[in-house]
Design a protein around this ligand. Structure first.
Ligand code: FE
Ligand code: FE
Ligand code: ZN
Length: 294
C-alpha cells in the first residue's frame, strides 16, 4: 500500500492529535512532525491525553502508526565537538527526543548527521558515531540518518559517508537511513536513474535500512550542493522521476513524506500534491490552484 504524507505541525495545545488531524486534512495516510519548532530546541511536555486520543483515531481510521516519523530539529549537531558543552547539549537533547518519541509511540526519528564546521569529515564521522553510541539502544526508537545535499560542511551527502557512520554505530538494529530526493539530487545522485541508485545503496548499506523517503523536488541542478526544495513536479527532478520513486516496488512499505515549500509562504501544498501523486498525472496549473485554494 502507498504510504504518503507530509510534514505537519505539532502544537502545544493539540500535539499528536492536531498533527494527525492536519495529516487527514491533506488526505495523507502517514505523516512526519517535529516535536516543536524545527529550528529550535524549546519543547513542551508530551500530554498523554492527546496521544491517547490520536492513537484511538489512528486505529479507527486504519493508519499504520508504526510508520509515522519524527524529525529532530536542524540545530542538533553531533558532528562537531569543538565545544564539548554544545556537543553534549545535542546528545542530551536527542536523548530527550527519544524519550518523547517513546511517549508518543513513535518508532523512527530522522536526524541530519550534522556539519563538521572545519573539523573535517573523518573527525565528524567519528563524533557522530560517538554521539549516537551514547544514546542508541536506550529506547525502542530507530534513528534514521538523512542523506544531505552537501551544503557548507554538511556530512552525509554521499552514501559512503552514511555507511561509514553506520559502520561505527554499535546498535545496528536502531540505525537506518532517510532518503531525501532533493538532497540526493543536489548531492549529485541522478534521480532519473533511481533503480541503479537503489542497487548502489543496497550493495553498500542494504535497502532494508531505508526507513523513510522525503519526496521533494529541487530548485537546483544535479550536484549543486544547495538544498532548496521545490514543489512536486516543478523542479529539476521532475514529476515522472519522483512518481517512479514513490511507486518503486522495493520501497513499497516505506513512508513517503513531502517537505515541499508552502506556496507564497502561506498555502500548504500537500493536499493538492498528494491528490496529484495519487492520480499519477502532472498538473501544470497546480501552483495556481493552491494559491487560489480551488
Ligand atoms: Fe531533514
Ligand atoms: Fe528532508
Ligand atoms: Zn532539505
Amino acid at each position: 500500500m502507498l504510504l504518503l504524507g507530509s510534514h505537519v505541525g505539532f502544537k502545544k495545545d493539540s500535539q499528536l492529535l492536531g498533527s494527525l488531524e492536519e495529516a487527514f486534512s491533506y488526505g495523507a495516510n502517514t505523516f512526519m512532525f517535529y516535536t516543536g519548532a524545527p529550528q529550535n530546541t524549546n519543547r513542551y511536555p508530551i500530554m498523554d491525553g492527546f496521544t491517547l486520543e490520536a492513537m484511538n483515531l489512528m486505529k479507527e481510521k486504519g493508519l499504520d502508526y508504526s510508520k509515522v516519523v519524527v524529525h529532530a530539529p536542524y540545530i542538533v549537531n553531533l558532528a562537531n565537538d569543538k565545544d564539548p558543552d554544545k556537543f553534549m547539549f545535542s546528545v542530551r537533547f536527542l536523548q530527550e527526543e527519544l524519550e518523547r518519541c517513546e511517549l508518543l509511540g513513535i518508532r523512527y526519528l530522522v536526524l541530519h548527521p550534522g556539519s563538521h564546521v572545519g573539523l573535517g569529515v573523518d573527525t565528524a564521522i567519528s563524533n557522530i558515531a560517538k554521539g549516537l553510541n551514547m544514546i542508541l539502544g536506550t529506547h525502542p526508537v530507530t534513528i534514521l540518518l538523512e542523506t544531505m545535499a552537501g551544503k557548507g560542511t554538511e556530512v552525509g551527502s554521499s552514501l559512503e559517508e552514511i555507511k561509514r557512520i553506520i559502520d561505527l554505530v554499535d546498535d545496528k538494529e536502531h540505525i537506518g537511513v532517510c532518503l531525501d530526493t532533493c538532497h540526493l539530487n543536489d548531492a549529485g545522485y541522478d534521480m532519473s536513474k533511481f533503480d541503479s541508485f537503489l542497487e548502489q545503496f543496497d550493495s553498500l548499506i542494504g535497502i532494508s535500512k531505508i526507513g523513510c523517503v522525503h519526496v521533494n523536488d529541487s530548485k537546483n541542478d544535479l550536484g549543486a550542493h544547495k538544498d532548496r526544495h521545490e514543489n512536486f513536479g516543478f523542479g529539476t527532478i521532475g514529476f515522472d522521476n519522483l512518481i517512479s520513486i514513490i511507486y518503486n516496488e522495493r520501497l513499497e512499505n516505506v513512508p513517503k513524506i513531502l517537505e515541499t515549500p508552502y506556496v507564497d509562504r502561506e498555502f500548504a501544498p500537500y493536499k493538492y500534491e498528494i491528490e496529484m501523486i495519487k492520480n499519477k498525472k502532472f498538473d501544470s496549473q497546480l501552483i495556481e490552484k493552491i494559491r487560489n485554494q480551488v
